[in-house]
Design a protein around this ligand. Structure first.
Ligand SMILES: [Zn+2]
Length: 450
């Protein structure tokens, strides 16, 4: 929504006002709200939506009170009546590839397969100097910010001297976006990189920039030792780990199990996040369940990238895909594994679409994974859980927390998930931001279209 259509006080940074008649997802409210109770008529079956009706008092950029919407507002402060619209905490997107983003027209994926994506991405690397990376990465961040995201973790391809270039651009962006989008970076290399002496230099670069050590895990000779080496390098530098794991439909791909076993054996104390974990979806149920129990025991966190999985997995020209590769979302939840949902690639050879919109990610994931009936605490998968994965105390609504909120017109999950929600209002530190998305034409020259 164009912020000029909003009440004037939403444009003032030190404003004191009420957000009136909001509905908050119960799963997104912290313990500061002792009275919280879901709206009975909506929470009961068959609707089964846990929403809390509330007025929120906002002052100097923070939420200073949350009261039941049943109480009349006795106040001299101005109020914005959101007419029962859902109000969410701002999103966290803990798995993106800003460095690859928006390269579709320069190096598209000719047949949409994973192998072709790898080849197209490799062909694109020759362009990746700072002048190319900076505008594309900042384009992605502008999309994220406008859609209501407050924290982004990106993987950065680090082969062939790329690490120094990409981490320097990342560092510049991290400074420029400080206070708007908390930015983190993970080094991305094939795991056999950890057989090489250069892995030490990579880990040092990651440590220098306060990043996270990562890699892409597939079944391959030497994989156990490579995972071990990544843990060892991370441990010595106090780094967290974030892997791409088992992004295939090969039931014998069990990198996830290896990561969990390695973490347990070493007593590794850092955070370990595993992305994709597609092969779990084609493994025998008892084997998959044993791995889920191991994940829980090891405290491994998982991030699923459903939109990218649907694009790449089980793709063969002229044939309907049978297996979609999205990991076992409800089962991970049942085993109490911290499970986040994230964007992954946007407009590159791995995923031709995407706009860094976490509400799109949530909507698609709910539909793909049948995460409703009831929707329960799945809203945390795009807010609280990815924020925790990133080590941030964010993604919740509560008294004393920053007023970083997304206001939707949809008054229920049914209305929210039915429309694209392009008219949302994003409030950061109590002030409505400009949610105009960057124009694709801005990148024409960068990617060689003009
Ligand atoms: Zn990825």
């Amino acid at each position: 929504m164009n912020s000029t259509a909003l009440p004037e006080f939403l444009n003032r940074s030190s404003a004191h006002y009420w957000l009136q008649n909001a509905r908050l997802p119960l799963a997104c409210i912290d313990e500061s709200v002792s009275w919280k109770a879901a709206i009975a008529a909506l929470s009961a079956p068959p609707i089964s939506e846990d929403l809390v009706a509330a007025h929120l008092e906002i002052r100097d950029g923070r939420i200073v009170a949350i009261i039941p919407a049943s109480q009349p507002l006795a106040t001299d402060q101005p109020a914005w009546d959101v007419r029962q619209g859902l109000v969410w905490p701002c999103f966290a997107d803990c798995h993106t590839h800003l460095d690859k983003g928006q390269t579709w027209f320069r190096n598209p994926n000719p047949d949409g397969t994973f192998d072709s994506a790898l080849k197209a991405a490799e062909a694109d690397h020759s362009n990746w100097n700072a002048e190319d990376l900076y505008p594309r990465m900042s384009f992605g961040l502008r999309c994220s910010y406008a859609h209501g995201t407050q924290a982004v973790r990106t993987h950065l391809d680090c082969l062939d001297g790329q690490a120094k270039i990409s981490f320097a651009v990342f560092d510049r962006l991290r400074q420029e976006w400080a206070g708007k989008v908390a930015l983190q970076a993970v080094s991305l290399v094939p795991m056999d990189y950890y057989d090489r002496p250069e892995a030490v230099t990579l880990a040092d670069t990651v440590a220098e920039y306060g990043g996270i050590l990562g890699g892409v895990i597939y079944p391959q000779p030497g994989m156990l030792a490579q995972v071990e080496r990544a843990f060892e390098l991370a441990e010595a530098r106090g780094l967290d780990l974030d892997f791409h794991v088992d992004e295939s439909l090969d039931p014998n791909a069990e990198g996830l199990r290896v990561v969990a076993e390695t973490k347990l054996r070493r007593g590794f104390e850092g955070k370990v996040n595993c992305g994709h974990c597609c092969s779990l979806s084609v493994q025998a149920s008892d084997r998959a369940q044993a791995t889920l129990a191991l994940l829980k025991q090891a405290g491994i966190r998982v991030v699923s990238l459903p939109m990218c999985n649907l694009y790449l997995q089980d793709r063969q020209p002229g044939r309907m895909p049978r297996y979609r590769g999205v990991t076992l979302l409800p089962e991970l939840r049942q085993f109490e594994v911290a499970i986040a949902l994230a964007s992954d690639n946007c407009r590159d050879a791995f995923f031709a679409y995407g706009d860094h919109d976490m509400m799109e990610v949530f909507t698609q994931s709910v539909r793909i994974g049948q995460l409703d009936r009831p929707i329960g605490d799945w809203p945390q998968a795009v807010t609280r859980t990815p924020a925790q994965t990133m080590g941030l105390d964010a993604g919740l609504i509560g008294v004393g927390r920053p007023a970083d909120l997304v206001v939707f017109k949809g008054r229920s999950f049914s209305e929210l998930l039915a429309r694209h929600q392009g008219d949302r209002v994003v409030i950061r530190n109590g002030t409505a931001i400009d949610t105009t998305l960057p124009d694709y034409a801005e990148l024409d020259e960068v990617i060689g279209l003009s």
